[in-house]
Design a protein around this ligand. Sequence first.
Ligand SMILES: NC(=O)c1ccc[n+]([C@@H]2O[C@H](COP(=O)([O-])OP(=O)(O)OC[C@H]3O[C@@H](n4cnc5c(N)ncnc54)[C@H](O)[C@@H]3O)[C@@H](O)[C@H]2O)c1
Ligand SMILES: O=P(O)(O)OC[C@H](O)CO
Length: 334
Amino acid sequence: MHVQVVVFGGGSFGTAMACALASQKSQLNVTLLLRDPYVCKGINEQHVNTRYLKEYVLPSNVVATTSATEAIQGAQYAIHAVPVQHSRAFLKSIADILPPDVPIISVSKGLEMGTGKMMSEVIPDALGRRQPAAFLSGPSFAKEMMDLRPTGVVAASKDKKLAREMQCLFASPYLRVNITTDVTGVEICGALKNVLALAAGIVEGLDLGNNAMAALVAQGCAEIRWLAEKMGAKSATVSGLSGLGDIMLTCYGSLSRNRSVGVRLGRGDALADILASSSQVAEGVATAGVVVSLARTYRVSLPVLTAVAQVLDGALSPKEAVFEIMNLPQIEES
Ligand SMILES: NC(=O)c1ccc[n+]([C@@H]2O[C@H](COP(=O)([O-])OP(=O)(O)OC[C@H]3O[C@@H](n4cnc5c(N)ncnc54)[C@H](O)[C@@H]3O)[C@@H](O)[C@H]2O)c1
Ligand SMILES: O=P(O)(O)OC[C@H](O)CO
């Protein structure tokens, strides 16, 4: 059967998602909805995204347009790969064009500044209605997916039938897709692991060694578990692909943008300079501030995750943050 998919956002992950679908399923047509006409031209004429992952040739069943009407026309699924902080405005702009029965599959990982909301809350807020939705997350660097390296993700939806449809849509010899109904767990783990990856990068940048890194990641995992479970996440989700799986990838994987920002902070670079030198999003930077208010709301102590926010807003230097954490009262494990 001929299936048409629209991808919102043609950055690294939007491009990787488009290719993961189109290269494995020739009966699928994928349209990337972008903002830059020159990037569209490159995709349509040379089959190359000239801004992101430019070393790869894209399948010919991936096309691009700047017209939302054209991109959405006839689409059975919409993959959302716009950074979280821009998602509300973007979704509002297409609310009248997107048919209410087209499922949105969000791959964006983060929490909205100001509201503290997850994508599962931003989507209905922005569209002004309940849209069928699923949330795809897990350890999945865009570049490794482009290289067809084996990858495992989880698709979360309150609608189990839609989650199963995600398995049929995305599964391939290179991509395994687990399913769950635990949307909160998958979304909060995907957002918090970016903040922990910033901390892991800081430890790397300060050259604190393997002992410190392992202790930090273990403490961060505990903090993510404490908060996620208070928010209603299942423990299986926290120890699954979108939790532990993505924590390990992002904290230890050199391809992580969040970890790279942390490394530079640890080496003494200023946040403004780091952000100005990259065209790619590191969602953890915005999410860190939201975590501080979540810690307050859910009355849970998150020393590592909240220290990241303090380093980002300049209240603590990376070295001071480490000193503060090392001098916290000794505790019993929980
Ligand atoms: N890159 C990865 O390996 C990866 C893997 C899994 C999930 N993700 C998640 O996917 C989301 C997108 O990440 P990415 O890696 O593609 O980021 P990116 O920085 O590579 O690209 C971001 C894309 O969003 C577009 N964009 C930015 N502001 C926009 C706006 N106001 N309206 C419309 N489009 C806008 C940009 O033009 C660009 O195409 C993030 O939430 C990220 O956490 C990324
Ligand atoms: O490069 P990062 O740090 O945004 O991480 C990318 C993905 O979320 C890894 O699963």
